[in-house]
Design a protein around this ligand. Sequence first.
Ligand code: ADP
Ligand code: MG
Length: 254
Amino acid sequence: MLSVQNVAVRLGRSAILHDVSLTACAGSLTAIVGPNGSGKTTLLRALTGDVPFSGSATLNGRNIARADPADLAGIRAVVAQSTQLAFPFTVLEVVRLGLRHGGDALAIQALSDVGLGAHAGRDMQTLSGGEQSRVHLARALVQVWQPADDDGPRWFFLDEPVAALDIGHQLLVMKIARRFADAGGGVIAVMHDLNLSAMFADQIVLLHGGRVKAQGAPSQVLTNALLSDAYDCTVRVGCAPASGPWLVPQAMEA
Ligand SMILES: Nc1ncnc2c1ncn2[C@@H]1O[C@H](COP(=O)(O)OP(=O)(O)O)[C@@H](O)[C@H]1O
Ligand SMILES: [Mg+2]
C-alpha cells in the first residue's frame, strides 16, 4: 500500500505541494492528473524518494523519506518524464540498467512486450521520442520482474508514460500497466489524457495548484464542474454505453 499524509514540498523558495494526502492499493492503477505546473511530477518525485518532503509517505510500510535507495529499487520502478543519457548506450544496454542479476532473456522479453524486439542493438539516441519512452518502460519492467528480498507487491511510478506515443502504442502501454495491476502490482501514473485515465484507472487524483482537488473513482473525479474549474476551460463529460466516461473539451462556446 502507498500511504501519503500531509506531504508538502518546497523547491528553492517556492512552496510546490501543500498538504497532499492520498492512498493507493496494490492491485490498482491510480492516475494523477492536473494542469501543467500543478505539481504532478513533483509529487511523483517525492513518492519515489527523489525530492525531499515534509509529512509522511510509506510504500509497503517503508518510510519513503528514509528508505535505503537499493531497498526501494527492489520494490518499485520509476519511469521519469524525461531522461537524459550521459553515454551513447544501445537500447539493450538501457534495458539492462533495470537488471540486478545477469541474463539478457528478461531484457529481450521486455523489449518485445513494448514492441521493440527488433531494436535491441540500436543506438538509443537514434530512436524516436516515443520509442525511447517505451525503452525506459522496458527497463522498468525488468526491474519489477526480478525476484526481490521482499515478497510484497511491486510498484510502477510512471510520469506521462504515453505522452509521446501514438494511439496504438498508448493502448499497448496502458494495457501493460493494467495487467501489472491486475496481477497484484501497484501503478501510479501521471496522465494528461483524461479519456485513457477514465478507461484504465481505478482511481484518479486531481491536482490543482499543488493541492489535491479531488480523489476517487473516475466517475467521481471526472465531472464537468471539477475539470472545467481545474483546467480553466469548458469540458463536457459524457458516458459511453458499457465503457464509462468519455470527455471532450469544448473548443467553441455554444
Ligand atoms: N526546482 C524547482 N524550483 C522552483 N520551482 C520548481 C522547480 N521544479 C518545479 N518547479 C515548479 O513547481 C511547479 C510544479 O511543477 P511540476 O511538478 O513539474 O508540474 P507538473 O508535472 O504538474 O506539470 C511548477 O510551477 C514548476 O515551475
Ligand atoms: Mg510533469
